[in-house]
Ligand binder design. Structure first.
Ligand SMILES: NC(=O)c1ccc[n+]([C@@H]2O[C@H](COP(=O)([O-])OP(=O)(O)OC[C@H]3O[C@@H](n4cnc5c(N)ncnc54)[C@H](OP(=O)(O)O)[C@@H]3O)[C@@H](O)[C@H]2O)c1
Length: 276
C-alpha cells in the first residue's frame, strides 16, 4: 500500500468510500475490501451506515490498528456539546475507541469556525481521534482552520476528477503541509464515456476507473473509491502496478472545465475558489 504523508499523518493513498451505500452493502463491502487489501475506510455521520461499517471492520478480522478509519461530523452537530456527543455516538456505532481521522463535513457559518476547530482539537486531545481535518473547504477556510488549530489539519477532502481543476486547493494544501483527499473520482459516471480516457485506458490495458484513480494518486492526492461490487473493488485497487506518462497526466488535466463541479449543495457550499 502506498501512503500519503501530511504533517504527522500517514494516510493510505486509496480509501474505500461508503457514501450512498446502504447498511447491509456497507457491512458486506467493508468486510470484503479489508480482507482483500484495502486499509482505509471513509464514512460519515450523515451516511447513516457507521454501525454497519463498524460491523464490517469487526467481521473482516483485520486488526483495528492496521486500518485507517475516517468519519465526518455533520454540520448540525457543530455546537460544542452536540459535537462531543456526536463523536461519542459515532465511536459507539463504529465499535472502536478512536477514529484515525475526523473531518468537519462541510463549512457551517452558523457556528464560529473557532468553536468547530476547538472541538476537533478537544476530541483529539482526549484520544478519541488520531488526526483532524476538513472537507469541502475553500482556500480561505483552509488557512483559517490551520491558524485556529493547535494540532495539524491533515487533509481537505474535496470533489476531484478530470473535469474539475483543483489547483488552488492543491497549492494551498502544499503550503499548509496538508494533504488533499479526492471524492467523486468517477464524476458521477461521466468519465466512462470519455474518448481521451478510453484511449489512455486502452494503451495500458486498464479500465477507465483505474486510469482516473491512478491519475489522482500519481499526483500525491488520496483517492476515495466506492462500489457495491466486489469485482469492481478489486479492479479499483489495482492502480499501483503501472504509471501514466507526463503527457497522459497532462491530457487528463486538460479535460477540466470551468463548470465541471458537480457537488455544490445550496446552504452548505462555500464560495469556491476559481479554477486556476
Ligand atoms: N466529503 C464529501 O462531501 C463527500 C462527498 C461525496 C463522496 N465522498 C466520499 O468519497 C467516496 C467516493 O465518492 P463516490 O461515492 O461518489 O464514488 P466514486 O468512487 O466516484 O464512484 C461513483 C460510482 O462509480 C461506480 N464505479 C466504481 N468503480 C467502478 C468501476 N471500476 N467501473 C464502473 N463503475 C464503477 C460505482 O457504482 P457501483 O457501486 O454500482 O459499482 C459508484 O456508484 C464516497 O463514497 C464518500 O466516502 C465524500
Amino acid at each position: 500500500m502506498t501512503f500519503v504523508s501530511a504533517n504527522d499523518a500517514s494516510i493510505p493513498a486509496l480509501g474505500f468510500g461508503t457514501f450512498r451505500v446502504p447498511g447491509p452493502d456497507a457491512e458486506r463491502m467493508v468486510s470484503h475490501v479489508l480482507a482483500n487489501g484495502y486499509r482505509h475506510i471513509d464514512t460519515a455521520q450523515i451516511y447513516g451506515n457507521e454501525a454497519e461499517v463498524g460491523e464490517g471492520i469487526r467481521r473482516s478480522g483485520i486488526a483495528r490498528s492496521d486500518i485507517f478509519l475516517t468519519t465526518k461530523v455533520w454540520v448540525a452537530n457543530y455546537k460544542h456539546e452536540a459535537f462531543i456527543a456526536s463523536v461519542d455516538e459515532s465511536l459507539g456505532k463504529l465499535k472502536t475507541d478512536y477514529v484515525d481521522l475526523l473531518l468537519l463535513h462541510w463549512p457551517n457559518e452558523a457556528v464560529p469556525l473557532a468553536e468547530q476547530i476547538g472541538a476537533l482539537n478537544e476530541v483529539a486531545r482526549a484520544g478519541k481521534v488520531r488526526h483532524i481535518g476538513v472537507s469541502n473547504f475553500n482556500t480561505v477556510l483552509m488557512q483559517q482552520s490551520v491558524a485556529l488549530s493547535s494540532l495539524p489539519i491533515v487533509t481537505n477532502q474535496v470533489e476531484y476528477h478530470p473535469y474539475i481543476g483543483q489547483t488552488p486547493v492543491l497549492r494551498a494544501a502544499n503550503q499548509l503541509d496538508m494533504s488533499v483527499t479526492a471524492y467523486y473520482a468517477m464524476a458521477d459516471g461521466k468519465v466512462f464515456d470519455d474518448a481521451v480516457l478510453k484511449a489512455i485506458a486502452a494503451t495500458h490495458g486498464k479500465s477507465i476507473a483505474q486510469i482516473v484513480l491512478r491519475w489522482i494518486v500519481q499526483q500525491g492526492v488520496i483517492a476515495l473509491s466506492k462500489t457495491v461490487s466486489e469485482h469492481r473493488a478489486r479492479e479499483n485497487a489495482a492502480i499501483f502496478d503501472f504509471e501514466l506518462s507526463p503527457d497522459e497526466m497532462a491530457a487528463i488535466h486538460a479535460l477540466a472545465k470551468a463548470d465541471g463541479r458537480i457537488v455544490s449543495p445550496e446552504g452548505l457550499a462555500p464560495v469556491w475558489d476559481k479554477m486556476a
